[in-house]
Ligand binder design. Structure first.
Ligand SMILES: Cc1ncc(COP(=O)(O)O)c(C=O)c1O
Length: 387
């Protein structure tokens, strides 16, 4: 047989797969494995959104929608950007609706990147960024942030990684996996670098609605940034809609136009009835979102307090998302080994920090998008493991 795609073959399998496969095997063998490894809210999608989708299906909302998304949803996104960020956007030319934020990151990257263009990514990073940059022919340039420095983005370190080939900086706040929220000082570091070197910024703000302390900064709304920033966001996390596949991007018309071209020649569009329901999500479920946020905060507070009370465990207080980035000095610094011991000796599935780049080594990521009951059981088991 002729050889398959060298590009796709060169992308290594995710470092999380080994632990996930082992967790599945243990579960299949009857072990009561508690999974703290996922990024999927344990809540059901709020009822008004589900009802809107069912009504849309009954009303015949089952045909090809406009490729860039229904005008109603693009207008709802534009209205949100105006009221929450003070950003004035043309819903027709500057907003793209896609089946999920992940595809949008891919489409936006494809729109920005020529072969060899460098994209700056801060470590620890969400696992899909590096493969996506490689898939569009770009060169990921990772900046290893330091755990000792609380993973802060510093101007001098950023400056050292900018070259004439740098095209864009990818930013993610609130952050997966650390739960950190970008500070005003860090946002200014990114803004200054982008303006000084004429760079694009891709701002992945998918955890925006899950902030427990501090304030969300929409990078596009900072002075001079609207023309060079593409905001990527979506329905998955805030509205517990991961399986619906719905996300949006907002930015300069030419970038959005090219990303829309990729969409129209590949996946065509998001599904029609999900977009109808997606409008309801943006307008009518604020109280449901607030209730989920309160629940996540209670879980976070419980977990951080309970983990830090155990010997050989250390966990900083994250301000957002639904992840804890935990160190186990009592078990060493090899994150694969720590994740394996948690799985084999405590029946807890967690994601090894190395999956998020070198900066993640020494940590494991716990998701608290799972019930308080399971979190309490997990802490008990970790307590027994740590003796
Ligand atoms: C940082 C980050 N960006 C994007 C996504 C993708 O979201 P979606 O479900 O909209 O594709 C995720 C999902 O885990 C994420 O953690």
């Amino acid at each position: 047989m002729k050889s398959l795609s060298q590009l796709l073959s060169s992308i290594p399998p995710s470092a999380t797969l080994a632990v996930n496969d082992k967790a599945k095997a243990l579960k299949a063998a009857g072990r009561d494995v508690i999974s703290l490894a996922g990024g999927d809210p344990d809540f059901d999608t709020p009822v008004p959104i589900v009802d809107a989708a069912i009504a849309a299906l009954r009303n015949g909302d089952t045909h090809y929608p406009p490729s860039r998304g229904t005008i109603a949803l693009r207008e709802a996104v534009a209205a949100k950007c105006a009221s929450e960020y003070g950003l004035e956007l043309d819903p027709v030319r500057q907003i793209l609706i896609s089946p999920g934020a992940k595809f949008l990151i891919y489409a936006v990257m494809a729109a920005l990147t020529n072969p060899g263009d460098e994209i700056i990514i801060f470590e620890p990073y969400w696992v899909s960024y590096v493969p996506i940059v490689k898939l569009v022919g770009g060169k990921p340039v990772t900046i290893t942030l330091s755990a000792e420095d609380n993973f802060q983005i510093r101007a001098d370190v950023l400056a050292r990684h900018i070259t004439p080939r740098t095209k864009a900086i990818l930013v993610n706040s609130p952050n997966n996996p650390t739960g950190r929220v970008l500070t005003t000082a860090e946002a200014e570091v990114i803004r200054q670098a982008a303006l000084a070197h004429d760079l694009y910024v891709i701002s992945d703000e998918i955890y925006e609605k899950l902030i427990y302390e501090g304030r969300h900064i929409n990078l596009a709304s900072l002075p001079g940034m609207a023309e060079r920033t593409i905001t990527v966001n979506g329905h998955s996390k805030a509205y517990a809609m991961t399986g619906w596949r719905l996300g949006w991007a907002a930015g300069p018309a030419d970038v959005i136009g090219l990303a829309a071209k990729l969409q129209s020649q590949s996946v065509t569009s998001a599904a029609a009835f999900t977009m109808t329901a997606g409008v309801v999500a943006l307008h009518e479920v604020e109280e449901d979102v607030a209730a989920m946020r309160r629940a996540y905060k209670a879980r976070r507070d419980f977990m951080v307090q309970a983990l830090n009370a155990l010997p050989g465990v250390a966990c900083d207080m994250p301000q957002g998302a639904f992840y804890l980035f935990v160190r186990f000095p009592g078990l060493g610094t090899d994150s694969m080994q720590i994740a394996n011991r948690l799985l084999e000796e405590a029946d807890i599935a967690a994601t090894p920090g190395i999956a998020f780049g070198q900066a993640g080594e020494g940590h494991v990521r716990f998701s608290y998008a799972t019930s308080m009951h399971d979190l309490e059981r997990a802490v008990e088991r970790i307590g027994r493991l740590m003796g």
